[in-house]
Each structure stands twice: as structure tokens, then as C-alpha cells.
Write a protein that binds this ligand. Structure first.
Ligand SMILES: Nc1nc2c(c(=O)[nH]1)N[C@H]1C(S)=C(S)[C@@H](COP(=O)(O)OP(=O)(O)OC[C@H]3O[C@@H](n4cnc5c(=O)[nH]c(N)nc54)[C@H](O)[C@@H]3O)O[C@H]1N2
Ligand SMILES: Nc1nc2c(c(=O)[nH]1)N[C@H]1C(S)=C(S)[C@@H](COP(=O)(O)OP(=O)(O)OC[C@H]3O[C@@H](n4cnc5c(=O)[nH]c(N)nc54)[C@H](O)[C@@H]3O)O[C@H]1N2
Ligand code: SF4
Ligand SMILES: [Mo]
Length: 872
């Protein structure tokens, strides 16, 4: 059925008239709100069909005349990837007519004359998502069976009242109580978009509030938290006055370890590339696929999926046994070096051993290890290629071991550059009179929403608030849709488009794009920036902070167990109404030394040249007072920290306390990098891990490598707590043989990831220009595999796993491990723009993936599964 026949999306009358005037095919059906039932013009894509077919776009957005004479230029920015570019948004007649990168932003230099750099997603994608015929502009309530798009538009008042009453009913009248309601935030929203969800859920009494990080890349920061005391991308971009360097821009050696930085963070990557030319750096890419980043690297190391920990151990073995360690750093700052040395030698984790597991010749591993250990400063960038595995945190820890034994930690240009989800958010005042949550939540990963419902373990969930696309982005799609079909479950989707999970939603509440409200966003390196609203919100869309505050006020009307002030006073509407007030008064006052100096006024005054990086203490903080005048930001204050774990009072004093008045370099009990201590080992052993992790990987490898087994016992996680009650995870047994040997039936390896620079998860598939840049979900394979299967590029193959099967066109590509195929995620079978363009809307690759997870972080195994490929 066509979407416009199926979906009763409401538009304002004004917009409806525009549609009818242009398309002529829309039909007016009055409903009880007097809204338009069918708002979409019958739409066919053709060469003649221009922007005018889209209801809000009267003109092409790149008309030069428009660009010359805008009414205003708003300083907003992009919240797709965490390069977090500044946008100069040209607005005329209340509508966006053009978008440029900010030429003053040093990271964004390199655009056309007078323009800052932007990628296609920022240059054209966002405008097409803002003004889009498929955008949902009113709250929608389900009126037909699931799965379908049978909805009717309702008022916000009705939506809030019904959702609040449902929450109260679940809390008061079901055996599970409040914990049966769960919520997941996305990283796509502003910094103030995810935190209010946590506050609301904690006020309500549920520990089951979670966020993007557990399916994204939290493992790097969690690993740092465990052994360094604090977690975030350790080093930054741009000039750093404290060290007088360009930090990562002065790196002599960068390893892109499981990250396709060129497409996933194009603008910060372009800056790194410009700096590489200046400093003459050397780059290495460790990846089963010769990705776009590898094109500019000196070396590509085609590791087999899931074997990076073995590669890192092979390097450590070589570095230790060839005296390439930085003994000054190790003696002073490392706990457990001797134990690590004994461990790798006892286990015989030599380059030769690693060759057998990774497929990389021992000779290459030795050369790589020597180069890394002897070229300073050297940085390790890591991301999804490491974190989307069952050994995510353990593998990240082994990468940190590498940085520590070579003294590449806490120096400009070095570090463990764990991209993503850098822990800088908003800081609210404490909740007054709130329920203290004592019960533990389910495992933090949103896949467990489905598992808890399907398996009833550890207990059943009854309501889900979801930002994101639950049915395409999580693993094992069938289990997710099964859970969402459960009649006891109410699914509330906070969303912009009628995407795949909307077919299972009970309510869709329409959200704003980042051009429609004032907000703060972060760059990868903990740099925050304040952006102003470019245009008035379309339709009745709302921002997330507003949604949670208004829902709290609806709770006040119905909740008999708490006084109304509990909800209204703990959730102040002024926070979303006045973001300057919010960031000047609320966040700064509650942000402590981590972000206390990041007020809206400062961010605006210094933008775009100086972006404040957390940790950024308040003016009267001791850490702020130790800087020399030439180390301060232009406004005379502390500029924040670019190099974490720096041997410098500006960093150390952030962690001063009574016991350590001069602060500490590593903010943990012993002020050291913890490779091993007995105490830490005991903590890890309690849940089946250990301080020095032995090698293990996914249950599904072609070589039947050692893996983990999930025991039928829940334990409290030592590394994740989404509420004061903590989170449960499965206890595991590590180093076991895979239980089911699937290799005979599924003899090939499958890995997944991003398709290209023009795609941003599922949302960009609603932009018609971006959908044309990446129109097909290719199955990338090596020529030898193609020959064996007798296929060529363009032929259709079927890919099967123990979970299900999908079909798609082949792309033959010799830059890939011979037995491995790569299939991109982000596609979904309800992506209507692809159909408009005459393409196929492809099913998600997650039909194929199993839900194996890392119990230290919740991270999902998206990148190492067994499959079978056949020609169709
Ligand atoms: N254009 C674009 N940019 C994005 C996004 C997007 O959707 N589109 N998403 C954003 C988000 S949320 C994230 S998390 C980041 C992710 O950014 P990346 O980390 O770059 O993401 P991926 O493409 O998933 O994976 C990175 C690389 O890991 C490789 N890989 C797969 N398996 C393994 C393995 O076992 N070992 C190693 N060493 N490598 C492996 C893949 O081949 C791929 O080249 O990108 C962000 N930026
Ligand atoms: N097989 C495989 N699967 C993967 C990955 C992989 O590499 N391989 N990568 C994983 C990674 S790293 C990530 S981060 C996840 C991402 O997966 P999700 O968390 O589901 O992705 P999002 O981009 O947050 O959300 C997608 C939808 O959220 C809605 N959305 C976009 N912007 C906003 C907003 O501002 N507010 C609200 N409320 N909604 C918005 C849009 O409608 C969009 O379609 O996917 C994961 N899935
Ligand atoms: S590089 Fe990232 S932040 Fe910059 S415009 Fe592109 S998607 Fe947006
Ligand atoms: Mo992500």
C-alpha cells in the first residue's frame, strides 16, 4: 500500500493548500480536529520533478539570488555526525534558503571561497529533512492493527494525558510496577535532549532508561573509566593553548583502528588530513575492509573481523620483549606492568600466535608494533570496528595497554582516541523528594527491551519510549518486531518520519530538527557549542527537553501518589523556553569542574574559533588559576582541556580532594593506569571477566575461535549504572569453545557498518538527494569469493544466517578479507524516498545479526557473524 494512502498525517491548512495547488491530487477529508487526512500529493519522481513537488519547498535551496539576500543568517549547526560543524543558515521569509559552513571555524576551513567545509549531509541533507513531505507534524495515535500506519492525528493535550495515565496505570496496577516502563534516547539530539528522559524516568521510578551509547560506541569510554578513572576521547582537535600544540593535529602516527573516519567524521577528518601534510604524519588503518580512510593511509592491515585483541596482544608481546616500552612512564604511572608482561609471555601471545588468529603475517605485526612504539606522539583512534563486538571493553582496554606501555597517554598528539559519546551532557539540579531507585535495571542495551518482553527475564516491560529506529538498528529484527507486537506493550516513538518502527507504534510524537530550536551540541573532542534556532518549528513539532517537561506536567494532573509540585517544580518549563538561561544558570551551576565553565554566554562569545572543551572548570576553580596568561582562552578564562591525563596542574587540580590536595593525573584511587591490581581483578572476576583479559571473540567466527558463554545468572554490572539501582548483566564464562558450530552451514564471515558519507543512519534516507548518493545496499565481496559464487557486480545474492535471510546486489571489491562480506546497515524496507526514486527499499541487515553482547558495556556484536551467500 502506498504511504500516502495509508498514513493520515496531518498538516496545517496552509501547507495543505500548497500541496493541492501544486499536486492537485490531495483530497480533503475532514476529521474531528478539522485536519487534513490526506496531505500528500500523489508523487512520482521524474527528471522534471523538482523541489516544488515537496510541500514546503517553493524554490531550490541553492538559488544564488536567495543566498545573496537573506533576511538573516542564523548560526546553527549540524547534529548528524560528531564533527558537529557550524552552519551559517541563510533564512528568507522564515524559510531556509541556503546553508554554508562557517568560514571562521578553523576545523571547517577548506570549503569554497569564503565558506567553511561541510559534507553533503550538512550542505543539503538537513534542509530536505526539514522540508519534507513525509515529515510528521502532529502527534499520532494508532487506530488500526499493527503493523500498519493506521493513525489519526491527535492534540498534544490528548497525547500527553493518555500517555501519563498509561504510565500511572503501569506503575500502580501491574506486578512489575514502574520498572516496566523503559526509554531510549538518541545521540542525534542536542545535549539537552537525552538527559531529561533520564530525569523523567528516575522521577517516575524506573531504572530502565538508556541511551545510544550501548548500541553505538560507549565501550571505549567505559574501558577508560575502569582503568584510567575517567572516560572520553582523550585528545582533541584545534589549537590547544595549554600545551601550545594542535594536539591530534601534531600527531606523527595515527592508527585508525576499526573506524572509517573519512566517512564517519568527514570534517574533523579533513582537518587531520590537512595537518598530516604539515607535520608529515604516517597513518595506518586496521580494518577487514580497505575503507575510504585507507586510501590516504600509508598502511592497511586487513585484520579478520573480531580478532583485533589478538593483534594488539601480538604487538604488546613484541614491544615488551624488544625493550620498546617507555620505562619512565611505566615506572611512574602504570600499575600491573609486570603482571601484563608475565601474562602475555605465559599465554604466548606472540606475533606468530597473532598471525594464526588475525591473518596478518607476524612480520607485519612486528613492523607495525615497532613503528607505533618508536614514533611519538602516536594516537590510536578506535570506534565501531572495535566496539561492535562481544569483547568491546576488554579489547579497548588492551588498546589502552598499548598506549600506556609506550607512554602515549596524556601527551598532545597521542592518546586513546575513543571516538563518540564523550561524556559531556547537561547537569540538572538534584530531584527534590524523588523516589530513590534501589532495584537494578535490565541490561543497558535497547535490544534487551525486546528480550525482556519476549523472555520475561529478568522481568517484563510494558511501555517503551524510543528515540531512534528500534526495528532496523538493533540486532535480530524478528525478535524486536515480535516484542512490539505484544498486545501488552505500548510503544511511543519520538520521531520525525514514518519509518519502520512507526508501523508498530501506539503513539508517534513529532520532534524537531536541529534548525528549529536553540541548543547545545558537542564535537567528538568534548567541545561544546551553542547554536541558535534558524527557523520557527514546523507544525506542532517539539524538542525533546520540552516533551519530557510537558509530560511531567501532565503527570502532575493525574498522579495521586505524588504532590503536583513534585512533577512541576522538578521540571521547569523555563529550561526549554530559554536555553541561554538553562546553560548559564542551570547547567553551569550543576556541572562542577567537568563543565562548570561552559555557560551559554561564554560559548557564544568565543564561537566559532574557540570551542570550550570539557573538563572546563569555573573561574574560581583552583585548576583555572594555575594557567599562565598565554594559556587562557581569549576571554581570559580556562579554555577547557584538550589533552586528558596531562601531567600538568591544569588537569590534575580538577580532581583535587582532601586526600590528594594537589589532585591527581589518573582520577582513580591509586592515581595510575590500572593494567592489573588484585582488587580490580576481583571486581572483574565477580562477573566472569578479569583484569588481564584472555583472548576471546564472537561466538561466530570461521576459525571457531574462543568465545564467551552467557550463564543463566544476572549480576550487577561494575561498569554501567543508568540509575542509582544499577544495571543487571549476564554472568559470563570466557574462553570457551563456541556452543553451536555453525561453520558447516554458514561458511562465510559477515561484517557490517556505514555505507558512505552521504548516509546518516536511517534518517538521511528520507532526503532525496542523499538517497540518490547511496541508493543500493551492496554486498561487498572479494573477487575470489565472487568467482567461487559465479557472480559479478550487480548480480543479486541471498545472504543467510541462523536468524534469517536478505537479498541484494553484489559489489566486487578486492579491498576486503577474502572470506568476509560487508553489508551496510541504515537501510530499511519502508524508506519511501527510495521507492519514489524508482529504487528498491532494502530490508535492514539486522535481520541477519544475532544478539550477542558485551556484558561490560552492553555493546552489540554487529560485526562478526557467520553467513552463507548464494546466487539468486
Ligand atoms: N556518514 C555517516 N557518518 C556517521 C554515521 C553514519 O551513519 N553515517 N554514524 C555516526 C555514528 S552513530 C557512529 S557510531 C560512527 C561510526 O563510525 P565508524 O566507526 O567509522 O563506523 P562503521 O562503519 O560501523 O565501522 C568502522 C569500520 O570498522 C570496520 N570493521 C568491521 N569489523 C571490524 C573488525 O572486526 N575489526 C576492525 N578493526 N574493523 C572492523 C568496518 O569495515 C568499517 O570500516 O559514525 C558516525 N558518523
Ligand atoms: N548492523 C549494524 N547495526 C547498527 C550499526 C552497525 O554498524 N551495524 N551501528 C549502530 C550504531 S553505531 C548506532 S548509533 C545505531 C543507531 O541507531 P538508532 O539509535 O536507531 O539511530 P538514530 O539515528 O538515533 O535514529 C534513527 C531515527 O531516529 C529519528 N531521529 C533522527 N533525529 C532525531 C531527533 O533529533 N530526535 C528524535 N526523537 N528522533 C530523531 C529519525 O527518524 C531516524 O530515522 O545503529 C546501530 N546499528
Ligand atoms: S561532517 Fe558531520 S557535522 Fe559536518 S556537516 Fe557533515 S554530517 Fe554534519
Ligand atoms: Mo553510533
Amino acid at each position: 500500500m502506498k504511504l500516502d494512502e495509508e498514513l493520515k498525517v496531518s498538516f496545517s491548512r496552509r501547507n495543505f493548500l500548497k500541496v493541492t495547488a501544486i499536486g492537485g491530487a490531495a483530497t480533503l477529508l475532514s476529521d474531528r480536529l478539522g485536519m487534513v487526512e490526506k496531505a500528500f500529493a500523489a508523487h512520482k519522481w521524474s527528471a522534471e520533478t523538482g523541489f516544488e513537488r515537496y510541500p514546503f519547498s517553493e524554490k531550490t535551496i541553492f538559488s544564488p539570488a536567495d543566498a545573496e539576500l537573506p533576511d538573516k543568517v542564523a548560526r546553527s549547526g549540524c547534529s548528524f555526525c560528531p564533527s558537529a560543524c557550524w552552519h551559517m543558515v541563510h533564512v528568507k521569509g522564515g524559510r531556509v534558503v541556503n546553508v554554508y559552513g562557517d568560514p571562521d571555524n578553523p576545523i571547517q576551513a577548506g570549503g569554497a571561497e569564503g565558506q567553511g567545509g561541510l559534507c553533503a549531509k550538512g550542505r543539503i541533507g538537513i534542509v530536505q529533512l526539514l522540508y519534507n513531505k513525509y515529515r510528521i507534524l502532529m502527534p499520532m495515535k494508532r487506530i488500526g492493527p499493527k503493523p500498519s500506519l493506521k493513525f489519526e492525528p491527535v492534540s498534544w493535550d490528548q497525547a500527553y494525558s493518555e500517555i501519563a495515565q498509561k504510565l500511572i496505570e503501569i506503575r500502580d496496577n501491574t506486578p512489575e510496577g514502574a520498572k516496566a516502563a523503559a526509554a531510549k534516547a538518541t545521540d542525534r539530539v542536542s545535549r539537552d535532549g537525552g538527559a531529561p528522559q533520564f530525569r523523567f524516568m528516575h522521577m517516575y521510578g524506573s531504572p530502565n532508561t538508556t541511551h545510544e551509547g550501548y548500541i553505538c560506541n560507549d565501550a571505549g569510554g567505559i574501558a577508560q573509566g575502569l582503568i584510567l578513572g575517567k572516560g572520553s576521547q582523550t585528545n582533541g582537535f584545534g589549537y590547544d593553548p595549554i600545551t601550545g600544540t594542535y594536539d591530534l593535529g601534531d600527531s606523527k602516527y595515527i592508527i585508525f583502528w576499526g573506524v572509517n573516519d573519512c566517512i564517519s567524521h568527514p570534517i574533523t577528518h579533513a582537518w587531520l588530513r590537512r595537518r598530516k601534510e604539515v607535520v608529515g604524519g604516517r597513518w595506518v588503518v586496521v580494518d577487514p575492509v580497505m575503507n575510504e580512510t585507507a586510501f590516504r593511509a600509508e598502511m592497511w592491515i586487513p585484520v579478520k573481523p573480531g580478532t583485533d585483541m589478538a593483534l594488539a596482544y601480538g604487538m604488546i608481546h613484541y614491544i615488551i620483549n624488544n625493550n620498546l616500552i617507555d620505562s619512565d612512564f611505566v615506572d611512574k604511572w602504570v600499575a600491573g606492568y609486570k603482571e601484563l608482561k608475565d601474562f602475555v609471555n605465559a599465554k604466548k601471545y606472540s606475533p606468530e600466535w597473532a598471525e594464526g588468529i588475525t591473518g596478518i603475517p607476524a612480520k607485519t605485526i612486528k613492523q607495525f608494533a615497532r613503528e607505533y612504539a618508536t614514533t611519538k606522539p602516536a594516537a590510536i583512534f578506535t570506534n565501531a570496528g572495535i566496539n561492535h563486538h562481544v569483547n568491546a571493553v576488554d579489547c579497548e582496554r588492551v588498546l589502552i595497554f598499548l598506549t600506556a606501555i609506550t607512554g602515549n597517554l596524556g601527551i598532545p598528539g597521542g592518546g586513546h582516541v575513543a571516538l563518540h559519546n564523550s561524556g559531556v551532557g547537561v547537569s540538572f539540579p538534584p530531584i527534590k523528594g524523588g523516589p530513590k531507585i534501589t532495584e537494578a535495571g535490565i541490561p543497558p542495551q535497547p535490544d534487551f527491551f525486546a528480550r525482556a518482553i519476549n523472555e520475561g527475564k529478568p522481568y517484563k516491560l510494558r511501555m517503551i519510549f524510543y528515540m531512534g529506529n528500534m526495528t532496523t538498528q538493533n540486532s535480530n529484527t524478528k525478535t524486536i518486531t515480535k516484542a512490539l507486537m505484544n498486545p501488552d506493550v505500548t510503544y511511543v516513538s519520538l520521531n520525525l518520519f514514518p519509518q519502520e518502527d512507526a508501523y508498530y507504534a501506539d503513539y508517534i510524537v513529532p520532534m524537531q530538527t536541529f534548525y528549529e530550536f536553540d541548543h547545545v551540541h558537542r564535537r567528538l573532542d568534548r567541545a561544546l557549542m551553542f547554536r541558535e534556532r534558524a527557523v520557527e518549528p514546523l507544525g506542532e513539532t517539539k524538542q525533546e527537553l520540552q516533551f519530557w517537561i510537558e509530560l511531567a506536567h501532565a503527570m502532575a494532573k493525574f498522579d495521586k501518589k505524588n504532590p503536583p509540585e513534585y512533577w512541576t517544580e522538578n521540571m521547569d518549563p523555563r529550561w526549554w523556553q530559554d536555553k541561554r538561561y538553562f546553560w548559564n544558570e542551570i547547567c553551569a551551576k550543576n556541572g562542577g569542574s567537568w563543565a562548570g565553565g561552559m555557560t551559554a554566554d561564554r560559548m557564544i562569545a568565543l564561537a566559532p574559533k574557540r570551542m570550550l572543551k570539557a573538563p572546563c572548570p569555573t573561574m574560581d576553580h583552583p585548576a583555572a588559576k594555575v594557567l599562565r596568561p598565554d594559556q587562557l582562552a581569549e576571554d581570559g578564562q580556562h579554555p577547557g582541556i584538550s589533552v586528558m591525563f596531562l601531567d600538568d596542574p591544569a588537569w590534575k587540580l580538577l580532581w583535587a580532594n582532601e586526600k590528594f590536595p594537589n589532585g591527581r593525573r589518573f582520577p582513580n584511587d591509586i592515581d595510575k593506569v590500572i593494567l592489573y591490581t588484585k582488587e580490580f581483578d576481583d571486581t572483574m572476576k565477580a562477573i566472569g571477566h578479569s583484569a588481564l583479559p584472555e583472548f576471546y571473540t564472537s561466538p561466530e567466527t570461521m576459525d571457531g575461535l574462543p568465545t564467551l558463554e552467557y550463564l543463566d545468572e544476572f549480576v550487577k554490572s561494575p561498569s554501567v549504572a543508568n540509575s542509582s539501582g544499577g544495571n543487571l548483566v549476564h554472568k559470563v564464562k570466557i574462553g570457551v569453545k563456541p556452543k553451536d558450530d555453525l561453520r558447516k552451514k554458514y561458511p562465510m564471515q559477515l561484517t557490517t557498518g556505514r555505507p558512505g558519507v552521504g548516509v546518516f543512519h536511517t534518517i538521511s534516507h528520507w532526503s532525496w538527494s542523499l538517497a540518490q548518493i547511496t541508493s543500493h545496499r551492496y554486498v561487498k565481496m572479494h573477487p575470489k569469493m565472487a568467482e567461487k559464487l559465479r557472480v559479478k557486480s550487480g548480480d543479486t545474492v541471498k545472504v543467510e544466517t541462523a536468524r534469517g535471510s536478505i537479498t541484494g546486489p553484489v559489489l566486487v571489491w578486492d579491498g576486503i578479507q577474502e572470506d568476509t562480506i560487508f553489508i551496510p546497515h541504515t537501510f530499511g524496507d519502508k524508506q519511501k524516498v527510495h521507492e519514489d526514486l524508482g529504487h528498491k527499499a532494502y530490508e535492514t541487515v539486522n535481520i541477519l545479526t544475532a544478539h550477542y553482547y558485551d556484558t561490560l558495556s552492553g555493546q552489540n556484536e554487529y560485526k562478526c557473524q557467520l553467513c552463507k551467500v548464494t546466487k539468486v
